[in-house]
Design a protein around this ligand. Structure first.
Ligand SMILES: C[S@@+](CC[C@H](N)C(=O)[O-])C[C@H]1O[C@@H](n2cnc3c(N)ncnc32)[C@H](O)[C@@H]1O
Length: 400
């Protein structure tokens, strides 16, 4: 994409917008300390988002409209840059706002995250003076700059996978006056040369905690990351690192989700029609596809079937059917509606995917359907598991 230039703005107006953003974040309860307020008011967000996409949901699904000062006028662009909104800056791993003439479809692959979530997570991370912090997922560099303001650039290292995104972030962070260590590479490998770190924050999500993170964060240090997967279940977890590749911690409140770390993205579901035609066992379903769209049940479904992906597909022009497909098995489950609210499930392949999903959801219901804060994660070499209640409670292994 053409590199968008940052337009000249009225600095005092931008500073006022920064103050107003900080006020809103405080009122919402996400900006909880004066040191992070000072960072929000000092770091001009507009430097990090000279061009972004505005989301619109319409009859043709989600479309992304490019926003730049040139297209929308400098004032409108500037004001939008200071809203508490996630500003998507890249689609499908390479399409930027200056590549599009008008609204386009696509999946977000880089953004400046929702400021209220950024500051909430920085509060959850709670780095102290002198701490060394590793950030995974530089994105636009906005959150990196906030940390530089709070801790000093020499205490911040940030890794970005996408070279073009990393290049733009580098320029923006420099323009804002900061000089952290910026690495273009795979953040799942951390950055060993800067270790040990006191804290690690990931602004992309992971299916499983990378062993390098456990080696590079000192014992007693903190890892804050979202755990997600191929069924789009998600949860923010804060781990305390132990000795010898161990860590443990609980999930935090809220419905927090991030784009998945690129090397862990789900494989494409191609040529599955044949798989779905295979011999299958059919029975009445205990739960229908609603468990795949409610926050905590969706998370449980993913824990129970970590290799499964969702596929909505119709057969021979019939109604859209909900399928789970695990290519590794391969295995599948198809939900069939009777049209009156009840479902049957057809399951084939090596694993009964829907049996596992239903068992997990029932375990959670028997425990009183608690919120995600009732879950925790224990990490040991070669074994990671999410548990319910306490570490000895029901648990589900992660795909290590
Ligand atoms: C939500 S954005 C980051 C937001 C950013 N912290 C900000 O404030 O602008 C997520 C970023 O993670 C990056 N990413 C994805 N997988 C990664 C990986 N394995 N290592 C490092 N960065 C990764 C994406 O390219 C994307 O830029």
């Amino acid at each position: 994409m053409t590199e968008p230039a940052v337009p000249t703005v009225d600095e005092r107006h931008a500073a006022r917008l920064g103050e107003q953003l900080a006020d809103r974040l405080e009122e919402g309860g996400n900006l909880r300390s004066p040191v992070w307020r000072a960072a929000v008011t000092a770091v001009p967000r507009h430097l990090f988002v000279p061009a972004f996409f505005r989301r619109t949901n319409g009859p043709r699904g989600t479309l992304w409209t490019p926003v730049t000062a040139e297209r929308t006028g400098t004032d409108a662009w500037l004001e939008e840059a200071y809203t508490d909104t996630t500003l998507v800056t890249q689609l499908d791993g390479g399409i930027g706002p200056t590549d599009a003439d008008g609204p386009v479809p696509g999946d977000p692959t880089s953004s400046s995250t929702l400021p209220s979530l950024v500051v909430r997570m920085l509060g959850d991370l709670d780095p102290q003076d002198g701490d060394q912090v590793l950030e995974v997922g530089t994105g636009t560099g906005y959150s990196t700059a906030l940390m530089c303001h709070r801790l000093g650039s020499e205490h911040v290292t940030s890794v970005e996978y996408d070279p073009a995104v990393a290049g733009r972030a580098r320029a923006a962070i420099k323009a804002a006056g900061y000089e952290p260590t910026l690495i273009n590479g795979d953040g799942l490998l951390g950055y060993g040369a800067g270790a040990p770190y006191d804290r690690l924050i990931a602004t992309c999500s992971v299916r499983t905690i990378p062993p390098e993170w456990l080696r590079q964060v000192r014992p007693g240090g903190t890892i804050l990351t979202t755990l997600s997967g191929w069924l789009y279940g998600s949860g923010l977890v804060r781990l305390t690192v132990g000795d010898n590749g161990t860590a443990e911690g609980r999930f935090l409140p809220g419905t927090v989700s991030f784009m998945i770390a690129r090397p862990q993205a789900a494989p494409a579901l191609t040529s599955v029609s044949e798989l779905l035609e295979q011999a299958a066992h059919e029975r009445p379903a205990r739960f229908g596809p609603e468990v795949l769209s409610d926050w905590t049940p969706q998370f449980l479904a993913q824990l129970a079937a970590p290799g499964a992906q969702y596929l909505g597909m119709s057969k021979d022009g019939g109604p859209m059917l909900d399928h789970l497909v695990d290519l590794a098995g391969p295995s599948f489950a198809t939900l069939l509606t009777d049209g009156e609210g009840a479902f049957a499930v057809r399951q084939g392949g090596t694993v009964r995917l829907w049996d596992a999903v239903e068992d997990a959801v029932e375990t959670w219901r028997r425990a009183g359907s608690p919120p995600q804060t009732a879950f925790g994660l224990t990490v040991a070499p070669g074994r990671q598991r999410v548990w319910l209640g306490d570490p000895d409670g029901p648990s589900w292994p992660l795909p290590v």
